[in-house]
Design a protein around this ligand. Structure first.
Ligand code: GAR
Length: 209
């Protein structure tokens, strides 16, 4: 599920072409028409769907159509990659433990928008991104994996966001693979990894140069 640029989608599309990758991208669904992510999907020969949220009276009726399209495409796992709509508890329950998201911060720090500017304003020394199972609360849920990057002197939100995005592109395909291969288990609201998979879900990206 996407809403825009689709650079994380691109990383997943590329990963899915590698031999032995345990997931296949069956459908790329966007709530916004004509976004770059849809062109990326089409270029990779993957089926696309546009379900504009504005066409629906409420979130629930939008999500029912989204869910139907995902089911029709035979999806068993849903990855939100820059999907910028909050989903309702109905959608979360419908795809419980089969719905994952990437967020550009080390959750539970900085849920919501403008994470890079907020991280700089808070003076944190480490920032990063998180892949997690989606729960009712926005940008919360069992953590599958995280990548940490340093905050460097003189960083702007744009520079920091570029560093985090590069980490996102490495982290998301690994985390999706772990879930798709059944190598994650939930212990309450904590994710346990089977067979030493922790290393795949934890990246420390050193400073450049
Ligand atoms: C990514 O940084 C992703 O983590 C973020 O939107 C960007 C989408 O970029 N997602 C969220 O903020 C969700 N809360 P992309 O379309 O190039 O993958």
């Amino acid at each position: 599920m996407i809403s825009g640029r689709g650079s994380n989608l691109q990383a997943l599309l590329e990963a899915a072409t590698r031999p032995g990758y345990p997931a296949e991208i069956g459908l790329v669904l966007s709530n916004v028409a004509e976004v770059e992510g849809l062109a990326r999907a089409a270029a990779a020969g993957v089926e696309t769907a546009v379900v504009p949220h504005r066409d629906f009276a409420d979130r629930r009726s939008f999500e029912k159509v989204v869910s139907m399209r995902l089911e029709e495409a035979g999806c068993s796992l849903v990855a939100q990659a820059g999907f910028m709509r909050v989903v309702t508890p109905w959608f979360v329950a419908r795809w419980r433990d089969r719905l994952i998201n990437i967020h550009p911060s080390l959750l539970p720090a900085f849920p919501g928008l403008d994470t890079h500017a907020r991280a700089l304003a808070a003076g944190v020394r480490l920032h990063g991104c998180t892949v997690h199972f989606v729960r009712d609360e926005v940008d919360q849920g069992p953590i599958i994996g995280q990548a940490a990057v340093p905050v460097l002197p003189g960083d702007t939100p744009e520079a920091l966001s570029r560093r985090v995005l590069a980490a996102e592109h490495r982290l998301y395909p690994r985390c999706l693979a772990l879930v798709a291969a059944g190598r994650t288990r939930l212990d309450g609201e904590r994710v346990l990894h089977d067979g030493g998979a922790e290393a795949d879900a934890q990246l420390i990206v050193p400073a450049e140069g």
